[in-house]
Design a protein around this ligand. Structure first.
Ligand code: NAG
Ligand code: NAG
Length: 371
C-alpha cells in the first residue's frame, strides 16, 4: 500500500517536471522569436540583396570586357562619410572595379581625395548594406555590373589591406592642418613645450541622448568611464594633458575631472584638463587627429579622429544596451580594431553574468511589449 502511494507521488512529480520543462521550452521559443537577434539576420533575405548575391556566383567565369564602376550612396555626417569613402575604395580594389564619387561631395572640402572622379556609368544596380557596424564579406564578391552601394559600410575590415592608402587620402588639406595645429597649440602649447603628450577625449552626447537612440540601445558614456580611461592613460603616459572636445562641453566641464598622476619628482599632481571652446565640428575633428592618444565614447566621428591620430586608443565598452537592437545588429570586432582597448564604466563589472542576464531579460521584455 505504502509503496503504491510513493510510486504515484513519484509519477506526479515526474509529470510536473515534464510540464514545467515543456512550458519553459515554449516560453523560450516565444522569447527567441521576439528577440532582436532574429531580426538582425533578416537582411540576408531581403529580395534585392539575394538577387545580387545569386548573380555573383558565376562571376569568375565571365570575361570582364568593359571596366565596371562602383559608387556609394552616402548617409549621415562626417564620420559616416569617411567610413563610406574608405570602404568604397577597399571594396572597389578587391573587386577590380573603378570607384567614383561626384566631385561635389562634401568630403572634398576637408581632404585632398585622389579617388574622386566623375563617371558616366550606366545601368547601376543597387546593393544594400543593411547591418550597421558589421563586416559583410559578400561585398568582396560584387555582382558583375555597375554598382551603387546603399548603406554605411562601417567596418575597418573593408579597407584593412590598404590602410596606408586610406591614411594618405585622409591627410588634411595643408591650410586646414596649419590652422588646426595653431588652434591646438593655443589650447595645449604650454604643456607641449614642457614635454607633455596630448591625450584627446571626445565626448559624444547630443544625439545619443534622444529617445530614439535610447530605444535603439545606445548608452552614452558616463563620467565614471572617462575617469577609468584617464587613469588608464596616465598609467602609461604620466606626463600628459587631456584635451576635451564634445557636442556638450558644459557637461564635460562639470563631469570630466582629472585623476591624479605621479610625476617624476614623486609629487602627486592632477594632470591638466583643457576644454575646447570651438563651436565647429570640423575644428574639433582636425585638432583631435593631431593628438597623441585618444579616448573616445560612441560614434564614427570619434572613431575616425582616433584612427587618424593613430596612437593608443581607449573606447567605451558598454556603448550598447545588452540585448538591444543595436547590440544584436552591430558586431564589435568588425567595428573596433582589435588593438584598441575597451573599458567599461564600472557598472556591472562585478557579477557580470547576473547583471547581463538581468539586462537582457529587461530588454527582451521591452521588445515584447514595445515599451
Ligand atoms: C558600366 O558603365 C560603363 C560606362 O558607362 C558602360 O560602358 C558599361 O557598359 C556599363 N556596364 C554594364 C555591365 O552595365
Ligand atoms: C604629440 O602631439 C603633438 C601635437 O600634435 C606633436 O607636436 C608631438 O610631436 C607628438 N609627440 C609624439 C611623441 O608623437
Amino acid at each position: 500500500m505504502m509503496r503504491v502511494k510513493i510510486i504515484q507521488v513519484f509519477r506526479h512529480w515526474k509529470i510536473c517536471i515534464w510540464l514545467t520543462f515543456g512550458i519553459a521550452v515554449v516560453v523560450l521559443l516565444v522569447l527567441i522569436y521576439w528577440h532582436p537577434a532574429v531580426h538582425a539576420f533578416k537582411f540576408v533575405w531581403s529580395p534585392e540583396y539575394r538577387e545580387c548575391v545569386l548573380q555573383s556566383r558565376n562571376y569568375e567565369l565571365e570575361e570582364k570586357s568593359t571596366p565596371l564602376y562602383v559608387t556609394l550612396k552616402f548617409h549621415g555626417r562626417l564620420g559616416n562619410w569617411m567610413y563610406g569613402y574608405a570602404s568604397l575604395l577597399g571594396i572597389a580594389k578587391a573587386n577590380g572595379y573603378i570607384p567614383y564619387l561626384p566631385s561635389s561631395h562634401p568630403l572634398v572640402s576637408y581632404f585632398p581625395l585622389t579617388k574622386i572622379r566623375s563617371s558616366n556609368a550606366e545601368c547601376l544596380q543597387v546593393v544594400y548594406d543593411e547591418r550597421p557596424c558589421t563586416y559583410n564579406p559578400l561585398f568582396f564578391n560584387l555582382p558583375p555590373g555597375n554598382i551603387t552601394i546603399d548603406g554605411y559600410l562601417q567596418s575597418w575590415k573593408y579597407f584593412r589591406f590598404m590602410e596606408e592608402e586610406i591614411r594618405h587620402e585622409f591627410k588634411l588639406h595643408t591650410h586646414l592642418k596649419i590652422s588646426a595645429r595653431d588652434q591646438l597649440n593655443g589650447y595645449v602649447g604650454k604643456y607641449l613645450k614642457e614635454g607633455h603628450l596630448v591625450i584627446s577625449i571626445h565626448v559624444r552626447r547630443g544625439d545619443v541622448l534622444t529617445e530614439g537612440a535610447k530605444k535603439m540601445g545606445f548608452r552614452h558614456a558616463p563620467a565614471s568611464y572617462f575617469q577609468s580611461a584617464m587613469s588608464y592613460m596616465l598609467e602609461r603616459y604620466p606626463n600628459s594633458v587631456f584635451f576635451v572636445t564634445s557636442d556638450d562641453i558644459e557637461w564635460c566641464k562639470e563631469n570630466i575631472k582629472s585623476p591624479r598622476s605621479v610625476h617624476s619628482n614623486q609629487i602627486k599632481t592632477a594632470a591638466p584638463v583643457v576644454f575646447s571652446e570651438s563651436t565647429h565640428f570640423w575644428e574639433d575633428f582636425a585638432m583631435l587627429t593631431l593628438c597623441n592618444h585618444s579616448i573616445i565614447s560612441v560614434g564614427t566621428f570619434g572613431w575616425w579622429s582616433a584612427w587618424l591620430a593613430n596612437g593608443h586608443v581607449v573606447y567605451y565598452k558598454d556603448y550598447s544596451f545588452p540585448g538591444s537592437k543595436l547590440d544584436y545588429e552591430t558586431t564589435r570586432e568588425d567595428f573596433f580594431p582589435t588593438h584598441w582597448v575597451s573599458l567599461s564604466s564600472g557598472l556591472c563589472s562585478k557579477n557580470i553574468n547576473t547583471c547581463t542576464f538581468f539586462l537582457i531579460a529587461v530588454s527582451v521584455f521591452q521588445h515584447m511589449f514595445d515599451l
